[in-house]
Design a protein. Structure first.
Length: 68
């Protein structure tokens, strides 16, 4: 795998994981709008979604870097 292919794969992985956590954030926003969760709970779960998404991006990027 050449550098250009790795960069493209990393970009696609990053993009797809971001899409997943955007959907989770939209669900959380809807729950807040319907008063099913408090603003404080929203912030707590928002941080968890973003932290987990970013961690997965880092982990997958490291795995991609291991390929030749």
């Amino acid at each position: 795998m050449d550098l250009q292919e790795k960069d493209y794969l990393k970009f696609k992985v990053h993009q797809q994981i971001k899409n997943v956590y955007k959907h989770f954030l939209l669900i959380l926003e809807e729950m807040t709008d319907r008063e099913q969760i408090s603003e404080q709970d929203f912030e707590f779960y928002r941080k968890r979604v973003l932290d987990n998404g970013n961690e997965n991006i880092r982990n997958l990027t490291e795995e991609i870097d291991k390929f030749n």
